[in-house]
Design a binder for this molecule. Structure first.
Ligand code: ATP
Ligand code: MG
Length: 859
């Protein structure tokens, strides 16, 4: 076994050869055999554990207010010397923790199975064996081992902790690690230095870390640490990375607080009424605790995760992969979707159309210069570069370029510069070639090539050129300006200052056809209540044309410069009335998303480039196609396996189904629990004993909740899927205040029957058993009544409810009856019970009809 040093700042300062020696590697890469052996030794390079460890899952299962409440109840039992009560509560606690643990594990497994469908790869240099030449190939990131030589380019996620051994303009976004918003430059150490204080590893220029992403430039690097041994891995083990509160988190928090507020109001009232009436304050305290237990939808976390896990599986069948589980509900709530243009609305591949001179006449020169630049650039070719390369490749042009030219410099492309420059050297002269957005290139030109001659670029000529570009753009054609300049051989570096005094050669035009299904997808999204906005780095005319073709009303196109100039308040107004934004720099895309969210919108963002990463992170739901750069996929919450917005519309519907089923549980359970508490309150005012024991309340709740897990598989009304849906604390309060009292009314009529017909006023055992049965059955029934517009749930829901009902009704006859202090019920009572339940269903249906009229859209 070779001892690997891990990431230390010293390693960042060491000479390259020392680095390779220490890692037992070679600049030519490891052999496949070595890599295989090391993979066995170090394990897969997974940054995040695929699944939380058992201790962590147990902790998650234990940590719940419900368990705390129950434990409190157990302590009260123990304190008043009720051993049987204390033991039973302990059993309940264990049962509910087990249920949560089991359900959580199952969900995680389901989600894990979905997530493996998204893989990231790294470019690695390896050899087939000793003496074989080095070859570069893509391997799954998980297969990397210490000592591997990897190549990094823009859009890559740094796959492991690496030491850079060669770099050109490498710029890395480390925000995932250090929170530092600005990308940092990484380079080789200038010379070994002595430092007073060792720097943080993240600040070491020659080290790059797993989980960060390459914004620009290129590098060759050697892997130092993989998997859990990486810096990111150590952070992931400590805590979950903090993330801004999503619309889902906020919704759950508000709903949680609504329930807590109900509890804070009800519990003291119950305590006061019961204590005053009975004079037995110990019993009143226990009763109050029972009320608190009764009001908590204790299985909420379980039901939510079950729903989400089922949603994730359903979405994966629809080719949408969920990386962050909660994102499903953000998808359901999303009401505005921002999309990048290329690849989302238009085809993934742009085609080279033609090369023209400054007067718009067909002329190959612009394409030839552009080809030269693409041929020599180090940066990974993007779509436009590929179209240019594809144009002349195969004509033996490569041989020609390599024989005639050598490379002398490069100022790489970046999304804010919107241009790229390459310098080539030939026969004692340096030729600088720039290509990019005409608005960036033309102002840097002083001359133009016209009919083989270099002429001055007059103001009139500039206007003509602008008209030419606009005419192309208005047809939806993308245009790159190509300019060049020749000068004497230079020994020093070329910088941005050299991109001036250029001679405009001409333009290369590309067609970027709109995807076939794009217009239909935009329409489907609109039908689902989602507005589409286009956020592109491209020219405003191209953007407007594409918008028109896909059916997004363009209106006034707003430019990146306008976004930059607006203050936060101004921007918030601007983003509401604008649908197409053009010439955006990456940070501006993110700012627009932030402004939309500040307006209370739930914003999704679809993008595939490094320039979309910031916006993907900012959005409530960040969405990337599977063909996106690794950095974009890494930042996204959802990955589309099929590059089609139509898939997303299905995904949204699935998300709403998931949310709908979750909210059914929350609303209905909270309402009927509230009803129970009202009943308890009324009862405590006139009953000489407790109408139900806290313990029995807990048993009823557990039976009910176990059945409701099946809700995850319930149908949702089609109408429910047509509008954005979110957690709605005010709606919940309203719903509770209406349906709680309705259920309470039938509880009280059961009391009347028990009291007057069966003389249970002197038989607390019968009274409690009777109400236990009524309360459980009515709660199970009302779920079916209120779950949607119809009254029948899907098969699993009905079966689960029937099973829970049977268990509850038979409980008094079972050996466990003594444990929960119940006795068999008279057959006549069961008939009465059936009548009460039947009238409850009818009343429920009537009130539902009235409620649906008053609050359309609730179901
Ligand atoms: N390879 C390249 N060389 C030079 N300039 C380029 C290159 N690729 C793009 N550009 C210029 O940069 C501009 C912005 O491109 P960028 O990729 O940042 O936009 P985007 O928001 O991703 O666009 P889209 O919405 O089309 O995906 C392009 O309109 C073009 O003018
Ligand atoms: Mg793009």
């Amino acid at each position: 076994m070779i001892g690997f040093p891990g990431v230390t700042p010293e390693l960042g300062d060491a000479p390259v050869l020392t680095v390779f020696r220490r890692l037992a590697g070679s600049p030519k890469g490891l052999t496949e055999a070595e890599a295989e052996e090391r993979l066995r030794e170090h394990g897969d390079n997974h940054l995040e554990p695929t699944r939380a460890g058992a201790p962590r899952r147990i902790r998650a299962a234990v940590r719940s207010p419900f368990v705390a409440l129950l434990t409190g109840l157990g302590v009260v039992f123990a304190a008043v010397g009720d051993v049987r009560g204390a033991v039973t509560v302990a059993v309940m606690v264990v049962l509910s923790v087990l249920l949560r643990f089991w359900q959580h594990t199952r969900s995680e497994r389901a989600v894990g199975a979905v997530r493996v469908r998204v893989t990231t790869t790294a470019t690695v240099r390896r050899r087939a064996g000793d003496g074989y030449p080095a070859t570069e190939r893509e391997v799954p990131t998980a297969d990397l081992v210490p000592g591997d030589v990897v190549l990094l380019g823009p859009g890559d996620v740094v796959p492991a902790d690496v030491r850079v051994v060669a770099a050109t303009d490498l710029v890395v976004d480390q925000s995932a690690l250090s929170g530092e918003a600005l990308p940092v430059r990484k380079r080789l150490p200038s010379r070994p230095r002595r430092r007073a204080k060792p720097p943080q590893p993240v600040d070491t220029p020659a080290l790059a870390f797993a989980g960060t992403s390459v914004v620009g430039g290129n590098a060759t690097a050697v892997v130092v640490a993989t998997g859990a041994a990486t810096y990111f891995g150590s952070l992931a083990a400590q805590a979950d990375a903090p993330r801004a509160e999503s619309s889902f988190d906020a919704g759950v928090r508000r709903v949680g607080w609504t329930l807590v507020r109900f509890m804070l109001v009800m519990v003291p009232i119950v305590l006061a009424v019961n204590g005053t009436v009975t004079g037995n304050w110990a019993q009143a305290a226990m009763f109050a605790v029972a009320v608190a237990v009764g009001l908590t939808p204790e299985m909420l976390p379980v039901i939510v995760t079950t729903n989400l896990a089922r949603g994730a599986s359903a979405l994966s069948r629809r080719q949408v992969i969920v990386k962050r589980l909660d994102a499903i509900q953000d998808l359901a709530a999303m009401d505005v979707l921002c999309v990048d243009k290329t690849g989302t609305l238009t085809e993934d591949r742009v085609a080279f159309a033609h090369s023209i001179d400054v007067d718009g006449r067909p002329d190959g020169e612009a394409a030839e210069y552009a080809y030269l630049a693409v041929h020599f650039q180090t940066g990974r070719p993007d779509r436009l570069d590929e179209a240019i390369a594809g144009l002349l490749a195969g004509d033996g042009e490569d041989v020609l370029t390599d024989a005639l030219f050598t490379k002398a410099g490069e100022i790489g492309f970046d999304h804010a510069r919107r241009r790229a420059t390459v310098v080539v050297r030939r026969a004692g002269a340096d030729i600088l070639v720039s290509k990019g957005d005409p608005d960036e290139i033309v102002p840097r030109c002083t001359h133009a090539r016209r009919a083989g001659e270099v002429v001055g670029l007059t103001a009139a000529a500039r206007r003509d050129v602008a008209d030419l570009v606009r005419a192309y753009a208005e047809h939806g054609m993308r245009i790159l300006a190509v300019a060049a300049r020749q000068g004497p051989v230079r020994l020093g570096r070329y910088t941005e200052d050299d991109e001036s005094g250029l001679v405009l050669v001409g333009f290369a035009g590309f067609v970027d056809p709109v995807r076939e299904g794009a217009a239909a997808a935009v329409e489907t999204l609109a039908a689902h209540g989602i507005a589409v906005k286009i956020l592109t780095g491209d020219n405003p005319h191209v953007a407007a044309r594409v918008a028109e073709q896909v059916g997004v009303p363009a209106g006034d196109v707003v430019l990146g410069a306008d976004v930059e100039a607006a203050d936060d308040a101004g921007l918030r107004a601007l983003v509401e009335r604008t649908t197409v934004f053009a010439k955006l720099a990456p940070a501006q895309k993110a700012r627009i998303v932030t402004a939309l969210r500040a307006n209370g919108r739930v914003a999704g963002f679809v993008g595939d480039g490094v320039n979309d990463v910031a916006a993907l992170r900012t959005a409530d739901a960040g969405i990337a196609p599977d063909t996106a750069t690794d950095a974009a996929k890494d930042a996204a919450d959802l990955v589309l396996l099929e590059r089609d917005l139509g898939v997303l519309a299905h995904g949204v519907a699935e998300g709403r189904r998931t949310l709908g089923n979750t909210l059914k549980y929350v609303n209905i359970t909270a309402a009927s629990n509230f009803g129970n508490v009202l009943t308890l309150l009324a009862a405590s005012a006139f009953l000489p004993f407790l109408p139900i024991l806290p313990l029995q309340l807990v048993v009823a709740n557990l039976l009910y909740d176990a059945a409701q897990i099946a809700l995850a598989w319930d149908r949702v009304d089609a109408a429910y899927l047509h509008a954005p849906r979110r957690w709605d604390a005010r709606g919940l309060t309203r719903f509770m205040l209406v349906f709680g009292p309705v259920s309470s009314l039938f509880d009280l009529s059961t009391f009347a029957v028990l009291w007057w017909v069966f003389g249970a006023g002197t038989d607390p055992l019968l009274f409690r058993t009777g109400w236990f049965a009524e309360s459980l059955l009515s709660q199970l029934l009302v779920v079916l009544v209120l779950r949607g517009r119809g009254i029948r749930g899907s098969r699993p829901v009905e079966l689960a409810a029937a099973a829970a009902a049977l268990a509850g009704v038979l409980l008094p006859w079972s050996p466990a009856a003594g444990l929960v202090l119940m006795r068999p019920l008279p057959a006549a009572f069961l008939l009465w019970l059936a009548a009460v339940l039947a009238s409850y269903v009818v009343a429920g249906l009537l009130v539902k009809r009235w409620y649906a009229r008053r609050h359309p859209g609730w179901w």
